[in-house]
Design a protein around this ligand. Structure first.
Ligand code: BV8
Length: 236
């Protein structure tokens, strides 16, 4: 393993699977239970806000009952001990990276524990339910929505992500199917920058052929082993 200096990591639902959080595309996963256009688009929310708020209330409750797994904990160790630059980007909206000890997490698709007011555009930390259309704590309007990036909406902090991809020397994708853009295109940005690209996944993703290296297996085994490799090679 080379001595990398600037690492970008992208995680997806697969890193939380062993914590008991449903992935999207597995059999019986989230998208089998609901049509994407009904629960993860602005149009679906406008059409039936109760269905969407209930969908996210259920996921918020499931998240609270889940625990971080060794993969989340290993990435927190990497953040503490890696001497170079590290950016952890997650597509996940759960807080398991934070509860696993990561302090700097970029949630490009938003967070279950954040409420966004469509009227005043303020964000409020939210741990309870939204189905009852509670008032925005800031402007009192009843315009709260989950602070989640739905299909057709712009993911968060894209400029910061692309800047990191253009200068990284290692890009690692963990637990994602590579089915959703722009996240699925990050590996190509990293390759164009000359970075080494590694995929850690239970099965080959849709973009596996784009990676220099692909290791298959559960994240709870692959990620701690990979972190140990990186730290053992990391120079001062
Ligand atoms: C946008 C929040 C404009 C909601 C989500 C080309 C370019 C740009 C856009 C598009 C494009 N083509 C199409 C589009 C539009 C669309 C899109 O990509 N559609 C897809 C369906 C084709 N994209 C958008 O609308 C995005 N916005 O494009 O804005 C723009 C354009 C360019 C640049 C900037 C902006 C917005 C997309 C965000 C949608 N919101 N989530 C919510 O969470 O409810 S997406 C949702 O699915 C997740 O957040 C996640 O991001 C995504 C993919 O899911 P994964 O995390 O990969 O999970 P999945 O179940 O699919 O896979 C799990 C993997 O883990 C599997 O591979 C499995 O094998 C593995 N695994 C399982 N267990 C384990 C494991 N691995 C290891 N260990 C285990 N134990």
């Amino acid at each position: 393993m080379a001595d990398f200096k600037r690492i970008v990591i992208l995680t997806g639902a697969g890193i939380s699977a062993e914590s008991g959080i449903d992935t999207f595309r597995a059999a019986g996963g989230l998208w089998e239970q609901h049509r994407i256009e009904d629960v993860a688009t602005p149009e679906g929310f406008a059409r039936n806000p109760g269905l969407v708020l209930g969908f996210y209330d259920t996921r918020r409750a499931a998240m609270a009952a889940a625990l971080p797994n060794p993969a989340h904990i290993a990435l927190a160790r990497l953040e503490r001990e890696f001497p170079g630059e590290l950016l952890l980007v997650t597509q996940n909206v759960d807080d398991l990276h934070e509860r696993g000890g990561s302090a700097r997490v970029l949630h490009m698709h938003g967070e279950l524990q954040s409420a966004l007011c469509a009227s005043c555009e303020m964000r409020t930390r939210w741990e309870g339910e939204m189905l009852g259309r509670p008032a925005c704590p800031v402007c009192q309007s009843r315009s709260l929505r989950p602070d989640i990036v739905w299909f057709g909406e712009m993911p968060y902090q894209m400029g910061r992500i692309y800047t990191a991809l253009e200068t990284c020397d290692l890009f690692v994708s963990i637990g994602t199917s590579g089915a959703v853009y722009p996240a699925a295109g990050f590996v190509q940005e990293a390759r164009a920058a000359g970075a080494h690209t590694l995929e850690l996944n239970l099965e080959p993703s849709e973009g596996s052929r784009l990676f220099h290296e692909s290791r298959l297996g559960p994240a709870s085994a692959l990620v701690p082993a990979w972190v140990e490799d990186v730290l053992s090679c990391a120079g001062p």
